[in-house]
Design a protein around this ligand. Structure first.
Ligand code: MD3
Ligand code: FE
Length: 225
């Protein structure tokens, strides 16, 4: 249970987990979390409904809806050719501003080219029910190495942050809770990572989500237009 002057921000201090990988526990207020959860319900309804992407003939247990550009395994496109052919929703201006605030929070201007400002143009919004998992992978479908901004809402998960060489050790397991911010820039941008476990029933009252976990990752595709 979260309390005013509770110990959670002392037990989970912000830190740089690896060069360019910044973890800021409790960054979003509950009010922000519940507002974003309400937006998630709208996005999930369409024009491209939320779905598990099919990788090598297997549907992912994690369900994904996209903004700005539609992601399918190994490619981005404006239309969801693997779902219903509809164009995805625009990337919202409020989320561009939130992404810039996230980078400012961790002082990660370094991950963005000199003299440029962060301009995320796609967001992958993932939903994890209690039994959903994401295996260890790198995010390499973007042609830009600009930072990824990650926001978590709902149940806590175990996040496995690995190395840039392979899926195995060394890695560090971190519990990501509702409201946590993570920024992956610099050398961490190509690190292997995954979600081995969701902790059911750990979503805080007031986050807007009764069950499961939402994760938003903002990215720069590097695509034109
Ligand atoms: C480290 N999502 O959508 S967010 C993904 O919680 C993805 O839904 C997970 O991995 C989730 O691809 C993890 C944390 C994350 C996202 C992108 C990264 C970590 C990253 C890109 C590079 C390095
Ligand atoms: Fe990823």
């Amino acid at each position: 249970m979260s309390t005013l002057f509770g110990d959670e921000l002392f037990e989970r201090p912000r830190r740089e987990v690896a060069p360019g990988a910044h973890w800021v526990p409790g960054w979003l207020t509950l009010r922000q979390q519940s507002w974003i959860t309400a937006r998630f319900r709208e996005w999930a309804a369409g024009p491209v409904p939320i779905r598990g992407a099919v990788v090598n003939g297997h549907e992912m247990s994690v369900k994904t809806v996209c903004l700005g550009w539609h992601w399918r395994p190994y490619a981005y496109s404006r239309e969801a050719v693997d779902v219903n052919g509809n164009r995805v929703l625009d990337f919202p201006d409020w989320m561009v501003r939130l992404g810039r605030r996230a980078l400012a929070e961790v002082g990660e201007g370094a991950g963005v080219a000199a003299g440029e400002i962060y301009h995320p143009d796609t967001a992958l919004v993932n939903y994890y029910d209690h039994d959903a998992r994401m295996g260890m992978h790198q995010d390499k479908d973007e042609s830009s190495l600009a930072p990824v901004v990650s926001l978590s809402i709902g149940d806590t998960c175990r996040f496995r942050f690995g190395n840039t060489e392979n899926r195995g050790r060394p890695y560090e397991d971190i519990d990501l809770a509702s409201g946590d911010l993570f920024v992956f820039g610099g050398p961490s941008r190509l690190a292997y990572h995954g979600i081995p476990k969701i902790y059911p029933g750990t979503a805080p009252d007031g986050c807007g989500l009764e069950r499961g976990r939402i994760n938003i990752t903002m990215r720069v595709t590097g695509l034109p237009g």
